[in-house]
Design a binder for this molecule. Structure first.
Ligand SMILES: CSC[C@H](NC(=O)[C@H](Cc1ccccc1)OC(=O)N1CCC(N)CC1)C(=O)N[C@@H](CC1CCCCC1)[C@@H](O)COc1ccncc1
Length: 330
């Protein structure tokens, strides 16, 4: 089997991407954030208190003839940005882009944090990290990819995220029309459950390439690119008027600044992030100060290759044994 679905930016600065999925019988359509940085599939539901729902689509298990309560099971998750949710668990038929998994664990939210309530275009998440990270207890549940794998033509899914445009996620096949040249693969370390791998180095603008192994996670659910402070300061040293603002919690600069590109290595291959991707957003609609798409990872304890980096490439998440990750120019 294979599947293919759109990855639609939820706002004008690509803060996140959502994908239409269907759950249950008859199918209920929700817009979910496919997130390689976590492994819970959770949705706003008929069980979510109405004062925590603001415009989101909800999953109603009682309206689905194929839903089953996974009795006695609960879940609770906290994300890197402090947001979180918790609830109960059903199994039901779940489809992304024509690829169906019967009895997928669908985690129905009983409570969501305020940042989820405020994000009306996001109805939940599909975790595509390794199932070891799943928070359902007493027995953890498998991700959509792990459930689908035995039926996939190829044990892969690919991410083709785009700058200010709709991209795609494919399951079970690698679409050669979506990239140019070769795919460069590198080893993935799957513990504790992220798609963890190394960059082979970086360069700023037209500067020399600095070879160094930089370990981090490729995470479609994280908006920005978070790297070690030394690399980030070297980058913003090239930007007139840039400063690391305590107030704004990161590097800001005059929106009129000319930013350099940023290039990262995967093994011997090189991927260049255009300056426009790093000129992330105005700090407020009328401000002439802008917030950078490249920020320091020092507060996170982990480097995160988020959407700002991933949308500069065509990315193959390979669930083969051992797992690996591939990048290609597009
Ligand atoms: C550096 S982990 C921070 C990261 N969350 C972000 O990237 C959010 C995403 C967002 C925010 C608001 C609306 C929509 C999307 O966006 C920002 O935080 N920013 C963008 C806007 C910018 N101005 C400020 C910074 C994060 O937890 N991701 C997790 C998934 C994410 C959770 C929030 C909803 C959307 C999906 C996940 O993959 C990684 O989980 C962990 C990573 C490391 N250890 C523990 C958990």
């Amino acid at each position: 089997d294979t599947g293919s679905a759109a990855a639609i930016p939820i706002n004008e600065v690509d803060i996140a991407y959502v994908t239409p999925v269907t759950i249950g019988t008859p199918p209920q359509t929700l817009m979910l954030d496919l997130d390689t940085g976590s492994s819970d599939l959770w949705v706003f539901s008929s069980l979510t208190p109405s004062n925590q729902v603001r415009g989101q689509e909800i999953y109603s298990p009682t309206k689905s003839s194929t839903s089953k309560l996974l009795s006695g099971h609960t879940w609770s998750i906290r994300y890197g940005d402090g947001s979180g949710s918790r609830g109960t668990v059903y199994t039901d038929n779940f489809t992304i882009g024509g690829l169906e998994v019967k009895s997928q664990a669908v985690q129905a939210a009983l409570e969501v944090s305020s940042s989820f309530t405020q994000e009306q275009s996001l109805d939940g998440l599909v975790g595509l990290g390794f199932s070891a990270l799943n928070t359902v207890r007493p027995s953890s549940q498998l991700t959509f990819f792990d459930n689908a794998r035995p039926n996939l033509d190829e044990e892969v899914f690919t991410a083709d995220l785009k700058y200010h445009a709709t991209g795609s996620y494919d399951f079970g096949f690698i679409d050669s029309k979506k990239y140019a040249g070769n795919i460069t693969y590198t080893a993935v370390q799957q513990s504790p459950g992220y798609w963890t791998h190394s960059l082979s180095g970086y360069s700023v603008g037209s500067g020399a390439f600095h070879a160094s192994q930089i370990s981090g996670i490729s995470d479609t659910g994280t908006t920005l690119l978070y790297l070690p402070t030394a690399i980030v300061t070297a980058y913003y040293r090239q930007v007139q008027g840039a400063q690391n603002s305590q107030y704004y919690g990161g590097y800001v600069f005059p929106c009129s600044s000319t930013l350099p590109t940023f290039t990262f290595g995967i093994e011997g291959a090189r991927f260049t992030i255009p300056a426009s991707y790093i000129n992330y957003t105005r700090i407020s609609p009328t401000s002439t100060t802008c917030y950078g798409g490249l920020q320091s990872s020092s507060g996170l304890g982990i480097n995160i290759f988020g959407d700002v980096a991933l949308k500069a490439a065509f990315v193959v998440f390979s669930g083969t044994n051992p797992p690996r990750i591939g990048f290609a120019i597009k």
